[in-house]
Design a protein. Sequence first.
Length: 69
Amino acid sequence: MELTINPIRRLFKRAGAKRVSDAAAIELAKLIEEKSKLLATEAQKLCEHSDRKTVLRRDVKLARKILEE
C-alpha cells in the first residue's frame, strides 16, 4: 500500500468522523489506490494515443469521464 493511514484519517475527520479505526482507514486507502491506478492507466493510454510522453491534466480529466460512463 502506497498511501499512509494518517492522510486517510484526516479525510474521514474532514468528513465529520470523530474516530477512525485502522481497518477503516486501510480499506479506504486500498479503494483510493485501486481507483487511482485505473485512472492513471487510462490517462496513460490517452497520452500514448496522442503521441506524447507526458500525461497532461486533460488526459486525467478525459480518463475520469471515460471511467465514469
